[in-house]
Design a protein around this ligand. Sequence first.
Ligand code: F6P
Length: 543
Amino acid sequence: MTQHKLTDRPAWKALQAHHRKIRRTHLKRMFSQDKQRGERLVLEALGIHLDYSKNRITDETLGLLFQLAEECGLRSHIDAMFRGDKINRTENRAVLHTALRAPKGKSIVVDGHDVVPQVHAVLDKMADLAHRVRGGAWTGHTGKRIRNVINVGIGGSDLGPVMAYEALRHYSQRDMTFRFVSNVDGTDFAEAVQALDPAETLFVISSKTFTTLETMTNAHTARDWSLKGFGGDPASVAKHFVAVSTNAKEVAAFGIDTANMFEFWDWVGGRYSMDSAIGLSTMIAIGPENFHLMLAGFHAMDEHFRTAPFERNLPVLLALLTVWYTDFFDAQTVAVLPYDQYLKRLPAYLQQLTMESNGKHVTLEGAHVDYNTSPIYWGEPGTNGQHSFYQLIHQGTRLIPCDFIAFGQTLNPLGRHHDILLANVFAQSEALAFGKTPKQVEAEGTPEWLVPHRVFEGNRPSNTIMIKRLTPETLGMLIALYEHSVFTQGAIWNIDSFDQWGVELGKALAQKIVPEIESTKEPKLKHDSSTNNLIRLARHLKQ
Ligand code: F6P
């Protein structure tokens, strides 16, 4: 079968021509020509309000973007994912994070097995542990109640749990402490166990492969720290360590009873795993009922993505706008700006989701792409970012599409705080879109020499996502919205969004360098001169 090159598709060519036509059109003009634009270019679904009117698009742009999605076979890509086809071609795996939130009774067959009953069996086992830990029935080796839970993992085995814990902290059991250790830098572990009593501490070792260098190093350090608290009694491990993994053999080799192992499967990608047993720490924190509400939110967005026509489909729309800026305006980044302190780890979470998925340079067929793939996602919660990097978004030389995320109701009503917070979100997107002309600046009595400095060109695009309230359910919807947006982008770019070969080379080289740094004898170094020199310096600085 001949694969059409993306850049040869009629819709792509039409978008290029269309871009040349409208690339200088100012949002101010678009709004003045269409008085209803702010009400019209809005998509409301599942209680999520997406205002996309402040994008540099016309109805023609949207039509062409939807046509591009059709030409790229987006619908059949979606169906293939939900059906469990092995769409992760380079790893020959199905991609079924959607099965993790499928309700009981649904059937999704992978390699001849219905996976939904397995998913629910693990969820039930997690709920049993969560209830026992939260209620105090699961006690430590000395009979003390567990007060502290430490998740040890990295990448998808850390970012999802820590993001979800922070996002849903309001719903968490407040008399317990939750910490997350990811970095192989010993400081991360040392600080995480500060002032904690091993007799009250449960470690959740989370690793899909159970071979990741950082996690295994931290897990061994955790075991040493824990054992020390019990005079080295190995029987204590069963009470203070549980594992989340696909690799029962390695879990047993580490010394964790596989009865205390929570399973997941190779059809769950690391960065798509927060709904699997990798969410165990989240479930202990917020309780099984809330965890199930979160899954219901994910599932609702899955169903919306699977069934809604593209024109009314939140993830599809978000993705196509990203393609528009990335490939036609040559925008390099997307800023994600949640106006909610609880979402402070969302940008970090999205960085793995988006960039590990779509940071690819070849197509599914292995040909080098001749268009941009994933933009760089970054961000910070508002209003903090306003007092640091927003300057560049407003007046810098780069085009940075922004996603503003805000909630109608706060979980912490305190005087005027929330009204002020929301006023800031709306003010930012308004300022970015419409700016301030030299005339307006002059009219304020600004001296002539200062005018250029105070001008805001505007025409800087943004989406505003508004949701009534941050709950486990709406968090689930929000994350699934981005997951499926990433999927859609990958389908347009014709890349494998589910492998991550780009992380391998550094891992392999590190394994080689560790013994060179640790060796008591001077090692024979065979790297380039810079790397050799740095290794020698590190050895010297150790003394
Ligand atoms: O190095 C990248 C990666 O493979 C991620 O994709 C993954 O989420 C992370 O490492 C952790 O892997 P594991 O869960 O197997 O320890």
